[in-house]
Structures are given as C-alpha cells and as structure tokens.
Design a protein around this ligand. Structure first.
Ligand code: GAP
Length: 606
C-alpha cells in the first residue's frame, strides 16, 4: 500500500514533470488517454541519453553483441509460436455496477488507495468491527464515496452477515475479509464477494484478457490479415537469429540487442508511467551453448561459486554462470547511471512463479515511492524460443560447431552416452510439454541428441529485458530532492533539485552571462555556448538574476552551470578567458580556463 507521504511525493513529481517538460499526458487537450504518455523537451533528452548509454554498453563496447532494429508488426504466426496468442493474458474482472475493468490480481493492492477503503480502515481499526459507526458512515459519507458498496446500499442486511461472523468467531477480521463482508449483500447465494476498488460494487469472477493490441494489414479487416502490435521486442530477435549471426559473423556465445516500442493493452495502467499501454523496451537475447555442449568441449561445466560478479566470461561457463554474469552486468549498468545498489533489490522468482519455459528469472527491483517494483527481468529461457520458431516455421534454427564435432569424437564412450542421454531427455521433456505425441517426441529428441554428437545444437538464451520508461521514472524519482533556503531576512523558500547523474542529465551544462545588457559578456558567453553545444546538450540563459537561473537549472537537473563575468573579459588580467563553473549538487564553484572546459566536462558526462 502506498503511504500517504509516498502519494504526496508522487503528486509533486508528476506536477514537476509537467511543469518542466519531462512528461505530459498523451492527447491532453482531448482529456488524455489512459496508459499513454509523451515526453517533453527534458524527458526526450533524458530518454535519449538512457537509450544511448544502454546501446553503447550493450553493443559498441562489446565484441559479442550485435544490434537489430525490427518492425513492430510482424507475421502473426510469431505470436502463436511464442505462446502470446494463447497465454499472454491477465485475469480481468468487471464491476457489475460502475462497469470499470479491474485486474483481478491487483484488487487488494489497489483498494487501500481509495477513499472509501481508507474510511473503513479508520472505522474498524485492527479489524475490530464497530457496527454503529459503520452504519452511520453508510448513511452519510459512504453514499458519496462508495455508492455501490453493499454496506451503503443495504446496510442492515450487510451488517447482519458481519454480526453473524463476529458471533461465530469474535477474533478481529483480516482487512481483506472485512472489505469482502462489507461488499456482500446476498451472502447465502453468493458467499463473500470482492469489491470494486472504485465504487465498492461487486466484481465478476476473473476471466483471461489477452494483452496484445490487434490490428489488420491491408484494406480488408478479416481473420486472414489479423496482426498484432508487438508486446515485446524479443521475438524479432529470435526470428532473425540466423540472419544476424551470419551477417555479423558471430558464434555462440553471442547476443543480439534491440530497443524499441512495445504495446500491451494493460487492464489497469497505473502508477504514472510505470505500467503503460505503449512503452519502450531494451532487450538482449544472449545465446549460449547448452551445458552438454560446454561439457563436451571443456570437460566440465563451471557453476557459480559465490555471489557477485563472476568476472570475464570463460569457455566452461554453463547457463547458471552466464545468468549470474548478466544479473551483475545489469546492476553495474544501473550503478553507472546513478542508481546505487542500495536502491535496487534482486528478486529470484520462485519455481512456481517462473514462466513455463524459464529455468530461472531474477527481477531487478527498484525502490519507487509507491513501492519496490520491477525494473528489469533477467530470465534464463533455455532453448524454448528458438525451438518454437524452428517447429512453427519449419526452418532450422540450430547451429553447427565444428569444434564440438571434433571434441565429441575424443570423448570416452561413457561420456558420450551420458551427454547424449542428458540432451535427449531435455529435448524430449520440452517436446512433450509442448504437446508433441510421446512417440514423435522420442524420435525427434533422438535426432536432436544424434545432432549434438555431430556438432549441432539449439542455442539456449539468457534474456536481460529492461523497460525504458520504468527506468526513466526510477531516475526521476531518485533524482528528486527538495532544499529549503533561508535568506538574510529569515524568509524560507523550498525548491527542487533534480540530482541526475551527469551521464543521463537532459541538459549537461548551462551557459549564463552575468548580465544580459553588457554586449561583451553576451558575446563571450555565446562563444562558450558555441564551443560546448556541438559536444553536449547545452542551454543558454540570460534571463533573470543569476540565482534564479541557477534555480531553474537545478530543477531541470543540469549538473554544471558556467557563468561569464567581468573577470572572464580580463577585469582581473590573470582571469582573462576563465569562467566560473558551478556544481549543482553542492553549489561549489571553481574557476576554469575556457580552453579546458571540454576536457573537464566530457569525461564527466560520458
Ligand atoms: N521479453 C521479456 C519481457 O518482455 P517482461 O517482464 O514482460 O519481459 C520486460 O517485460 C520489462 O519491460 C519489464 O521489466 C518492464 O521494465 C517493462 N515493461 C513491461 N510491461 C510494461 C508496461 N506495461 N509499462 C511499462 N514497462 C513495462
């Protein structure tokens, strides 16, 4: 449940984002559209910086990752093969009264955010029922805030069921049970019902709701040309695996990175941009050899020995070490853009929470004001994806490794049999799970294991999958801070400083002539501006007092301000062509020659 303080903080952040041009509601002049957000001038720069840093660290600074930019609409069979058509859904309930749609698995999380639920919690502290107070509320304020709650519509009947419950079991009620009783009118017929978080009305039983946005290609709208807006960028990587591997001359282990738009028709978009219907992802599919191939080649499969970064990748790493490696690499990335480890948490999904294809999944969580929530998921997906596309398209997705073929011939018969059997079992398990007849699965798994002995296998995959917009929200909420300044007359003013890491800050440096009506100062400032703007996003501002201009830049999160004063023009000859550089976070100022500005600033922002 979001604390009132957290709600207040989020309100301030949302208001700042609009006021300063970080984030606007999409289609605002038409009343907005739920779950869609636009990035204003500062937000667009912030987002661009984040994506650029991810792309650089994932592709350009690595020898083993190639990039991809695929289309948003792809062949609809892709989504059948990936499982999205059949299983990419959320449980949805509808309120029988206000008709709003609610994600059934989020009702109890959403409820405490609403005024009526908060009022009930106050009327029954600790789950102790006070019928008289509930009745008073139902006949008064409840009429306005929860018109469809059973307690409000028919208080006497509803309270009678509650009295029965208390009589049978005088222990205080759990919060959930209390809300359920207050939402129930026809107890004998329906049992306890679940209330709508918005109006208190009764929710229907949940039913699955597919999250993919549908559209049609070509002029005729029929089932034959139905297609989907991609709900993740990952699938294009799998279907282009062969093309990318061949054209980039990569060999497993290697990765393919892609960033771009994804669309999910979320039942209840919420928490500002956190759960949107249109968003961006930054995904890497890192392809590795199956452990049986690693063992045949290296004689052993190295597994994690200790928590933390396992160091430079080694030939004998199995999937677990690769998984650990990518979790640590991703945390390192977040630290490098200003989210310290203390703001992050690793959540290892429990076996029952894992997607059916996943062997393991670690969520990197961030402490948002509204709770600690997922920023990125790093899944070990086995060979599910490539196998599915191979079967659905009929095109081979395996790789051939000559060194594996040679290494296999040098293994003892015993080792060959052991690895063959393990690979066979794994392939058969997958095929049977996907509904292939046991006999056919046996034949296919035998062929796969025979293929391994000849140097062929389907690559496994480790998938670090991050959301750009969630990261932007994380960076904004982390950067937000307030300071209170008190002037000589004792007058206090609270203002906002956005403490972005210089690498992600939308504006890197602001150039400020001390006075705007002194042409020499303005000319020198324009020279400095021209020097810096080709290398970094630079802002020129000559309006208002220098203090006001600093404050404006603090609010935008600009880490450095450069002031051109009379000393810059040589009033003190030894300071000719120097400027004052002010640091946003501590207000510290230092004097630097103009000629050294680039070499000073560039390493700090890259
Ligand atoms: N290919 C794997 C995949 O898409 P996911 O956990 O569904 O996995 C990955 O999504 C990331 O995408 C999430 O960790 C989150 O950052 C982001 N994301 C997912 N749904 C989102 C939504 N509705 N709004 C904003 N970001 C979302």
């Amino acid at each position: 449940m979001a604390e009132p303080k957290a709600t207040e903080l989020m309100e301030k952040i949302v208001s700042l984002c609009k006021r300063r041009g970080f984030i606007f509601q999409s289609s605002e002049i038409y009343g907005g559209i739920n779950g869609f957000w636009d990035y204003g001038p500062l937000g667009a720069e912030l987002k661009r910086n984040v994506k650029e840093l991810w792309w650089t660290s994932m592709t350009r600074l690595r020898d083993d990752v190639a990039g991809l930019e695929a289309t948003i609409i792809m062949h609809p069979q892709i989504w059948k093969a990936s499982g999205h058509v059949d299983t990419f859904s959320d449980p949805m309930s509808t309120c029988r009264h206000c008709k709003k749609l609610v994600r059934a698995d989020q009702v109890w999380e959403q409820l405490p955010e609403n005024a009526w639920a908060q009022a009930i919690a106050e009327l029954c502290p600790g789950g102790h029922v006070d019928s008289a107070r509930l009745l008073g509320w139902a006949k008064g304020k409840g009429q306005r805030v929860a018109p469809n709650l059973a307690l409000v519509r028919n208080p006497e009947t509803t309270l009678s069921w509650l009295a029965e419950r208390v009589q049978q079991n005088p222990a205080p009620l759990e919060t959930k049970e209390l809300y359920q009783y207050l939402a129930t009118e026809q107890f004998r017929q329906t049992g306890l019902v679940t209330p709508c978080p918005h109006c208190g009305g009764e929710l229907t039983a949940p039913r699955p709701f597919n999250l993919m946005f549908k559209t049609h290609y070509g002029p005729v709208e029929s089932d034959d040309n139905l297609c989907y807006l991609r709900p993740e960028t990952a699938q294009a990587i799998f279907v282009q695996f062969k093309n990318v591997m061949e054209t980039s001359r990569q060999r497993v282990p290697f990765g393919i990175a892609q960033m771009g738009k994804a669309f999910r028709n979320e039942v209840t978009p919420r928490n500002y941009t956190f759960r949107s219907r249109e968003f961006e992802q930054m995904e890497l599919e890192f392809f590795i050899k199956p452990d049986e191939a690693v063992e045949a080649l290296s004689g052993t499969v190295a597994v994690p020995q200790a928590p933390g970064h396992p160091g430079e990748p080694q030939a004998d790493w199995g999937w677990q070490l690769w998984h650990q490696y990518w979790v640590e690499e991703r945390i390192k990335f977040y630290e490098g853009i200003g989210l310290p480890r203390t703001t992050l948490e690793e959540y290892w999904q429990k076996p029952e929470e894992l997607a059916h294809y996943a062997r393991a999944c670690v969520d990197i969580l961030f402490k948002f004001p509204f709770g600690t929530q997922e920023l990125e998921g790093i899944a070990a997906r086995g060979d599910f994806d490539l196998s599915q596309h191979a079967r659905a398209s009929g095109k081979p997705m395996g790789v051939f490794d000559e060194t594996l073929r040679t290494a296999w011939t040098k293994l003892t018969k015993e080792k060959q049999d052991e690895l063959w059997k393990r690979y066979y079992e794994a392939r058969k398990k997958y095929l049977v799970k996907m509904g292939v007849e046991p006999e056919v699965a046996t034949t296919e798994a035998t062929a796969d294991a025979d293929g391994l002995a000849k140097g062929q296998y389907i690559a496994h995959v480790i998938e670090p999958s991050a959301g750009v917009d969630r990261l932007i929200l994380g960076l904004i909420t982390h950067a937000y801070s307030e300071v209170t300044d008190t002037d000589d007359k004792g007058k206090s003013e609270t203002r906002v400083i956005m403490r972005f890491h210089p690498r992600v800050a939308p504006i890197k440096v602001a150039v400020l002539p001390l006075l705007k009506n002194k042409p020499e100062l303005v000319k020198k400032a324009q020279e400095v501006f021209a020097l810096l703007r080709t290398q970094m996003n630079t802002y020129y501002d000559e309006a208002g007092s220098i203090g006001r201009r600093y404050a404006r830049q603090d609010e935008a999160g600009t880490p450095f301000c450069i002031t051109i004063d009379f000393d810059s023009l040589g009033e003190k000859p030894e300071l000719l062509n120097t400027v004052t550089l002010r640091h946003r976070d501590d207000g510290r100022q230092e004097r630097l020659p103009i000629a050294e500005l680039l070499s000073y600033l560039l390493p700090k922002i890259r």
